[in-house]
Design a protein around this ligand. Structure first.
Ligand code: PHE
Length: 358
């Protein structure tokens, strides 16, 4: 092996061995720097004979270029490795949540209240509310309940202790008193739904002493039964998210509506499962009717000028039906495991564009 070949090998070995940019720079200076081994060799060319120079010149130049290229390639590799290492050590995973995962779920009653509100909001209804503690006038009398109506009796209604004048406040037995409050405080057109808590002395698999209703009230000059049916049929399809939901209106009695009806939806029972939108069976989901002329008059509205319809539905029962929840009493047992199972994600707000439920 010639002297030059040996020198090139040595330099190559050093370049390969350089593990940092600083070490590589030392190699470069020791080879190609002013006093480097290659530079020193170049200086010897001047003292050579023309023949020697003709041979050694290109050989030395070739060596110098190859060494410079090898150093450059190594520098790039080292820089790239340094960058990779920096990227790895400075990495921030921006996809990680900045806060802990949300804990807790939305209760099915809240979810269903929201779903119902979204459906009626899209039809142009406003939301109205009233107090849980009512007086006899708003809960019964103004709603055309006769003085001896059984719903006024102790076994249905939670009464408070009588006041000095003998009158008793009560826990409202339905959301209908808010119909009265609304009609007494604002002129038609009225188009509202009334979500709220209601109370009756009752408890079994499908009844709890406190439960939830959504009331509806529409009053205008020409509001008629066709509007009632169209609104509630559209509601049933939207709520169950099924176009095949069948509805049927059956004559019924409420003191505050005339005519009155209950709306049933068609279903089928397969084993323990209730399938809505198919089958031959009917189940009641709400009460409704045309606002009784006496009720309009009790609120100061002229029944010859105005007419309207009203409806009331049990929110808890609608939640049980849609989400297959077997026992109503569990709704209010405050069991975190139950809520974890039947609850809804807080971020999934019901809306008609992407679907009410997910
Ligand atoms: N208030 C009735 C109930 O609780 C429901 C209802 C509301 C019926 C409005 C007709 C009109 O059963």
């Amino acid at each position: 092996m010639s002297d030059l070949e040996q020198l090139e090998r040595d330099l190559e070995t050093k370049i390969i061995a350089a593990e940092t940019l600083a070490a590589l720079e030392d190699v470069r200076v020791s080879a190609l720097g002013k006093k480097g081994v290659v530079s020193e060799r170049m200086k010897t060319l001047g003292k050579m004979t023309p023949e020697e120079r003709k041979e050694m010149g290109p050989a030395l130049n070739g060596l110098k270029e190859r060494v410079a290229a090898a150093i450059e390639a190594k520098r790039e590799a080292l820089e790239e490795a340094a960058l990779d290492q920096r990227l790895a050590s400075e990495k921030i995973d921006v996809t990680l949540p900045t806060r802990p995962e949300p804990k807790g779920k939305i209760h099915p009653v809240s979810q269903v209240m929201e779903e119902i509100a979204v459906i009626f909001a899209a039809m142009g209804f406003d939301i109205a509310e009233g107090p849980d503690i009512e007086d006899d006038f708003h809960n019964f009398t103004a709603l055309n309940f006769p003085p001896d109506h059984p719903a006024r009796e102790m076994h249905d209604t939670f009464f408070f202790e009588p006041k000095e004048d003998g009158s008793r406040m009560l826990l409202r037995t339905h959301t209908s008193p808010v119909q009265i409050r609304t009609m007494m405080s604002k002129k038609p057109p009225i188009r509202i739904i009334i979500p709220g808590r209601t109370f009756r002395c009752d408890s079994d698999q499908t009844h709890t002493p406190m439960f939830h209703q959504v009331e509806g009230l529409v009053v205008d000059r020409e509001t008629h039964m066709g509007h009632l049916k169209g609104t509630l049929e559209a509601f049933a399809k939207a709520y169950f998210e099924l176009d095949t939901v069948q509805t049927r209106f059956r004559p019924h009695f409420f003191p505050f509506t005339e005519p009155s009806a209950e709306m049933d939806i068609g279903y089928e029972r397969i084993g323990n499962e209730i399938r809505i939108g198919q089958g031959e069976k009917w189940m009641e989901i709400l009460g409704c009717g045309m606002v009784h002329p006496n009720v309009l008059a009790n609120c100061g509205l002229d029944p010859d000028e105005y007419q309207g319809f009203a409806f009331g539905m049990g929110v808890d029962r609608l939640a049980m039906l849609k989400y297959g929840i077997p026992d109503l009493r569990d709704f209010f047992a405050a069991d975190a495991r139950w809520l974890e199972h039947y609850g809804f994600e807080a971020a999934d707000q019901p809306n008609l564009a992407t679907g009410l439920s997910r």
